[in-house]
Design a protein around this ligand. Structure first.
Ligand SMILES: Cc1cc2nc3c(=O)[nH]c(=O)nc-3n(C[C@H](O)[C@H](O)[C@H](O)COP(=O)(O)OP(=O)(O)OC[C@H]3O[C@@H](n4cnc5c(N)ncnc54)[C@H](O)[C@@H]3O)c2cc1C
Length: 374
């Protein structure tokens, strides 16, 4: 039950976004920039943004060689290329919006560790470089075997190293704080700790039912966008979206850490990078697909043990280290490796299922949502 005053001043908006991840924040910012006089609200169920956007590894990437080759097995090459281009464009957009310094964007380049099992993929390097040439105007992947020793990787496991000159790394926390600060600076309102439980387009406006532990409130908007990624099925059961948990560990600071840049292994299933003089390592979802198809935000002993072993045997075999933190976040996947961006009605857009590279594609999806609603 709400008062006359609340009804007059608190619940009516021109545009409401559900979810304050990178996609929701970008959609709201793009809308407000195009309609500065209109009232924009973001509703977020967590106290902090509580999806993947604040839990990720901070790779500014668009796909490793083995991952791209794997995608080409099941997805038409035009679609694979379009997705890579959208990821790359999304990254450029994010950099232009925030400025590289604000979120510690560092163009250190990326690497892929090639073991005996993946050796055949190397034969496709020129083919993939040729395919990507129209986007990057240069070769993306080049051999870097001479750095295997310098990084301290064991030659008996890491047979080859491939360099990607266009990859970078970011500070994920600074990126999200930067987007939130930008949203607030242009008068976008953000309500946290409030879950959207349903919404309906009644022909004149959209009614959004919300609740938290204290109250239930209906908000009203001319237009809305649902940007809840892995949580989409709870609001829209018909969507083809599955959660996929990602687990991560981080080491203590390591003196003279030789590893700098972003590193991929095994078709994107494992990834590590330096964060200053620490190592962040994540992945291993392929060890238990069924168990990791969950929205439960916690780590599992099986996957964390496997990551620790990989760290000890392949990444830091000669360097004493300790684990200082572990965490998990939830990604969204589907039968196709492309986001779902579409209209449900003239007033309702959705932008969900960002996969494992939503930092990259998120800004592009935020923009696409706005062009659909315009
Ligand atoms: C461990 C890990 C590592 C990753 N590494 C990288 C990487 O290095 N590079 C990269 O590009 N991508 C990476 N990703 C993927 C990337 O983080 C995501 O694709 C991206 O953040 C998705 O953004 P989003 O805005 O769509 O969703 P989210 O960030 O998940 O945001 C959705 C928001 O909606 C909110 N919400 C959900 N339901 C409701 C509701 N009913 N009412 C209100 N609010 C709701 C959630 O609380 C959440 O805050 C990684 C992900 C994980 C988990």
């Amino acid at each position: 039950m709400i008062s006359y005053w609340e009804k007059e001043s608190f619940v009516n908006y021109d545009f409401i976004v559900v979810g304050s991840g990178i996609v929701g924040l970008t959609a709201a910012i793009e809308y407000k920039e195009a309609h500065p006089k209109e009232k924009v609200l973001i509703i977020e169920k967590g106290i902090l943004p509580s999806g993947a956007s604040t839990k990720n590894a901070g790779f500014a990437c668009f796909g490793s060689l083995t991952e791209i080759c794997d995608d080409l097995e099941s997805i038409p090459s035009s679609k694979v290329l379009e997705t890579i281009e959208n990821r790359y464009r999304g990254l450029q957009k994010l950099r232009n919006r925030l400025g590289d310094k604000a979120f510690d964007f560092q163009p250190l380049g990326g690497y892929e560790l090639i073991t005996n099992q993946q050796k055949d993929y190397l034969d496709r390097t020129s083919e993939i470089n040729k395919m990507l040439y129209p986007i990057f105007n240069d070769n993306v992947f080049s051999p870097a075997d001479e750095k295997i020793g310098a990084f301290g990787f064991p030659h008996q496991t890491v047979k080859h190293l491939l360099f990607n000159q266009f990859e970078g790394q970011i500070h994920t926390g600074k990126m999200m704080k930067g987007l939130i600060d930008l949203a607030r600076s242009i008068d976008i309102e953000i309500i946290t700790g409030t879950e959207v439980i349903d919404f309906i387009d009644d022909g004149d406006r959209v009614i959004i039912n919300c609740k938290n532990q204290f109250q239930k409130v209906d908000f009203y908007a001319e237009k809305i966008s649902i940007c809840v990624n892995a949580y989409a099925k709870k609001l829209l059961p018909q969507l083809e979206v599955s959660p996929g948990r990602g687990q991560v560990l981080m080491t203590n600071p390591i003196k003279n850490l030789p590893i700098k840049g972003t590193f991929h292994m095994d078709r994107g299933y494992y990834y590590f990078r330096n964060v200053g003089n620490r190592i962040l390592l994540g992945g291993g979802r392929n060890l238990d697909y069924e168990g990791e198809t969950t929205t439960t935000i916690k780590t599992s002993p099986q996957i964390i043990s496997h990551l620790k072993l990989l760290l000890k045997e392949v990444i830091l075999p000669n360097t004493p280290h300790q684990i200082s933190m572990t965490w998990a976040g939830i990604m969204a996947f589907g039968d196709q490796k492309v986001p779902i961006v579409k209209l449900l009605s003239d007033r309702i857009a959705i932008g969900v299922r960002m996969g494992g590279m939503g930092v990259a594609i998120g800004s592009e999806v935020g923009k696409e949502i706005n062009s659909l609603l315009d």
